[in-house]
Design a protein around this ligand. Structure first.
Ligand code: UDX
Length: 435
């Protein structure tokens, strides 16, 4: 099938490469010429495991192309909308101008039989509004809302083998589901559940899933706050409640909390949209979810100050990890980067490192000092702050690290180290929600 993918960020570039891998003829379209040029040369403009190989395969086969020229979509039958929906400046609501302009630029290239497939995360009601816009010029085009649930760091695997497929359709367009069935035949062939529903439900599935995940993380972080004052251990608590299969252990890792390009802005946009629809009370709990999450950042800074003897001034602090989570170079709303910057602003002398996210962090906070390696970052440090649980940091040998620092003190912001092992090696070990 001939496919266009409009928007070549984390979502669109991966989707385009994966669709080409499945044998389709794909053109990825973006207004950012630098991004298109990098992708055309086989370089993903972000770090994502398996992406370089997927891109190389697609480009070499001739099935994958990238361009800034939206008229390249004219040859395609299916058009995926994969542009970003960031948070509006100084507001909670989502900024839809990329979605609107993508649709406007696509409309002149639609023809009878075209199928537009929305993948971006949008406020409920957007698909219905876009259908009216599309039908004003191209009444025979069908829109399907097909939310994407991929996680950064696992984007290729999640795109090729999703947990579920959701198709939001308007009454009377049910036949167009066959087009998506054909595109996703590999995943459907392995028994992937497929839910066919209306636009509003499909749009809500995505934000409800993210709201649930954010709530689960903030729940365990709220328990961490209680554990801290009660002298209890939140990691053992999570293990114990996680054995209840109704609860489950995943997404119960207490620590510095959630960040990234999705969870924080999606719960805020969801609250804003519910308010517009008159259901604001239904989601007021998400404000608390957001507050708990933000408090983890200030609590981490307080803990750093405490272990530094009451003042951060002039303390040499090594920050390990800047990305919002491991296996990513994404620092959008990263709790780790936010803490690193705050420590510096409060008078500490911070040297920060990350396996992949130094360049992106330096663009946002050029005043921070960055190191290329863990060894360089920790040399002479009074305190180590482990803020993103990259495997290479989790695996580090405590006695080897002790030889490099000025004093062996570590704050484990992700509860990812074994406290007994670190204490046995002579370290002062502190973590959120643990004695
Ligand atoms: C998320 C959703 O998981 C995905 O389905 C959706 O499509 C996009 O948003 P992503 O942003 O890639 O994906 O990250 P995710 O793996 O969900 O982690 C989000 C944040 O939560 C990270 O900052 C992570 O460190 C934090 N987290 C996760 C915790 O603090 N504790 C946990 O137990 C799990």
């Amino acid at each position: 099938m001939r496919i266009s993918v409009i928007g070549c960020g984390y979502l669109g570039a991966v989707h385009a490469a994966c669709m080409a891998d499945l044998g389709h003829q794909v053109v990825g379209i973006d207004i950012d010429a630098a991004k298109i040029s990098a992708l055309s040369d086989g370089h993903a403009p972000f770090y994502e495991p398996d992406m370089p190989e997927m891109l190389a395969k697609g480009l070499d086969s001739g099935r994958l192309k990238f361009t800034t020229d939206v008229s390249a979509a004219a040859d395609c039958q299916v058009h995926f909308l994969a542009v970003g929906t960031p948070q509006r400046k100084n507001e909670n609501a989502a900024d839809l101008h990329f979605v609107d302009s993508a649709v406007d630029s696509l409309i002149p290239h639609l023809r009878p039989g075209s199928v537009v497939v929305g993948k971006s995360t949008v406020p409920v009601g957007t698909a219905a509004r876009l259908t009216e816009r599309i039908h004003a010029d191209s009444p025979e085009t069908v829109l399907i809302w097909n939310p994407e649930f991929l996680r950064e760091g696992y984007a290729v695997a999640d795109t090729l083998a999703p947990d579920r497929l959701v198709y939001g359709l308007q009454a009377g367009t049910e036949d167009s589901a066959l087009v998506l069935d054909e595109l996703y035949s590999a995943a459907l062939g392995t028994g992937t559940p497929r839910i066919i529903t209306d636009f509003a439900t499909a749009e809500l599935v995505k934000v409800a899933a993210n709201a649930f995940l954010a709530t689960k993380i903030s729940f365990i972080n709220a328990m961490a706050e209680v554990c801290e004052v009660a002298g209890a251990d939140v990691v053992q608590l999570a293990d114990a409640i996680g054995h209840d299969s109704r609860i489950g252990r995943r997404f119960l890792n207490a620590g510095l909390g959630f960040g990234g390009g999705c969870l924080p802005k999606d719960i805020r946009a969801f609250m804003a949209r519910a308010g517009e629809l008159g259901a604001d009370q239904a989601l007021t709990f998400l404000r608390e979810v957001d507050s708990i999450n933000m408090r983890r950042r200030s609590r981490t800074i307080d803990l750093a100050r405490e272990v530094c003897g009451g003042s951060l001034l002039g303390k040499r602090i090594a920050v390990l990890g800047l990305a919002f989570k491991p296996n990513s170079d994404d620092v959008r709303d990263s709790p780790a980067l936010s803490v690193a910057a705050q420590l510096q602003l409060q008078g500490a002398s911070v040297v920060a490192t990350d396996p992949k996210a130094v360049a992106n962090s330096a663009k946002r906070f050029p005043e921070l000092v960055f190191a290329d390696s863990l060894e360089e970052a920790v040399k002479g440090a009074d305190l180590i702050m482990l803020l993103t649980e990259w495997q290479e940091y989790v695996d580090v040998a405590p006695h080897e690290l002790a030889a490099l620092v000025s004093s062996p003190v570590i704050v484990d912001g992700r509860n990812c180290l074994d406290p007994d092992k670190w204490r046995a090696a002579g370290w002062t070990y502190r973590a959120l929600g643990r004695p």
